[in-house]
Design a protein around this ligand. Structure first.
Ligand SMILES: [Zn+2]
Length: 399
């Protein structure tokens, strides 16, 4: 039997197994920084599947390797989830992991333990096939993505020295093949005024006036930010304005404004800060804040809240290999698209320029929403895709 047929048959054989792996994960709540129990569950699932090289790094990421080739392919799923929101809006309890009528239900099924379950099945398939091709295939089950996208990969690349040649992000794509998304960053504007008695405002400098003027200029700036044909438009929005004053009968002398900035192609931290500097007066200090929450192991790994834009071209060999993998398995051409939201690609491709593609089970409209659910069929197909990709990549290179 050829490799494609063998992988397809195994993915089909493990359809229910893959759904059950996902159900096991969903039953364990795993919000960011509290992923330990689900990480240990995935470790157990991988070890029971016969995967031998499984370890947990200093941050709490789980890393499994199959094969020992000279090149590195990383396949990544973040295994933290967002919280449930209002549980009364769920038709089935968010941690049920119910498998019914071809769907797996619950928080994390789409975003994105579904991708993780398909990776476990793919690792099992490659292990059973005694995969020893050109690639070391690293399956990474990463933490804290919902809180600080890409931070887990800064850790893997800089501290664990894991530097893949190619990476696949398994966030939901509804089985489309994705090749980028906008970046983002956060900024804090700190305003400094002068307090005075509220009865004599002319003696002070009121930060509400300077903040308001800047906010109106930000509204205009948003209109003229650039657009990329593939990724869409950059945006900027103030999302918080908080003032401090000695009393309600005094002129406020300090304020903080929080800025949400989405970055399209060609926009960087420097360009975004520069635009704000041009519209803020001397009474404002601009800061890019740092993320410093400790992970479940207690590790603090500070990074700036700057998540660079990334995309790779459609004719890139990795996109082409993804296309060929899809076509070999399903006999049709995949939809090529981009994510609306952000992923670990901001680190892998955005900061480190390692080519990435996205392919994952589930529709992103269910992400972060009540009644999150993923089709079992998607899990099976994604498992087959992840298992076949290293073979296709190697075949492409040998011509
Ligand atoms: Zn996600």
């Amino acid at each position: 039997m050829d490799i494609v047929a063998k992988i397809k048959a195994k993915a089909t054989e493990y359809r229910q197994y893959t759904a059950e792996c996902l159900a096991e994960m969903v039953k364990i709540p795993s919000v960011s920084c509290e992923e330990e129990a689900v990480v240990l569950k995935i470790k157990e699932l991988l070890e029971n599947a016969g995967v031998r090289n499984v370890r947990i790094d200093g941050l709490g990421n789980l890393i499994a390797r199959v094969g020992n080739g000279p090149k590195i392919l990383a396949i990544d799923a973040h295994i933290d989830t967002v919280d449930t929101g209002d549980e009364s809006q769920w038709d089935t309890p968010p941690f049920s992991g119910l498998i019914k009528d071809g769907w797996v239900h619950g928080r994390g099924t789409v975003d994105q333990e579904g991708g993780a379950a398909s990776m476990i099945a793919a690792a099992r398939i490659l292990t059973e096939m005694n995969y020893d091709g050109d690639y070391s295939v690293y399956f990474t089950f990463t933490v804290m993505e919902e809180d600080c996208d890409g931070m887990c990969w800064e850790y893997l690349i800089n501290e664990e020295n894991l530097k893949p040649d190619f990476a696949v992000i398994t966030e939901p794509t509804n089985l489309g093949l994705y090749r980028g998304h906008r970046g983002r960053m956060e900024m804090e504007l700190w305003y400094k005024g002068l307090s005075a008695h509220g009865s004599a405002p002319e003696r002070g400098r009121n930060v509400i006036y300077s903040g308001s003027k800047v906010a109106l200029k930000i509204e205009e700036l948003n209109e003229r930010l650039k657009t990329d044909e593939f990724l869409g438009k950059g945006t900027i929005a103030p999302t918080l304005f908080r003032t401090v004053s000695p009393s309600l009968c005094a002129i406020p002398d300090q304020a903080r404004m929080h800025i949400d900035r989405r970055l399209t192609w060609g926009e960087t931290k420097e360009s975004a800060v520069g635009e704000l500097e041009a519209i803020c007066g001397d009474d404002v200090t601009i800061e890019v804040p740092e993320y410093d929450r400790p992970g479940y192991k207690g590790t603090v790994y500070k990074i700036e809240k700057y998540f660079p834009t990334w995309k790779i071209e459609e004719n890139h060999p990795l996109v082409q290999a993804g296309k060929k993998t899809y076509k070999s398995l399903f006999n049709e051409t995949p939809r090529i698209d981009k994510w609306t939201f952000s992923t670990n690609g901001v680190s892998i491709c955005g900061r480190h320029k390692i080519p990435c593609i996205g392919f994952g089970p589930g529709n992103e409209v269910y992400a972060h929403a009540p009644n999150e659910k993923v089709p079992v069929e998607h899990l099976e197909k994604a498992a087959a895709f992840y298992a076949l990709l290293p073979f296709i990549l190697a075949a492409d290179e040998t011509g």
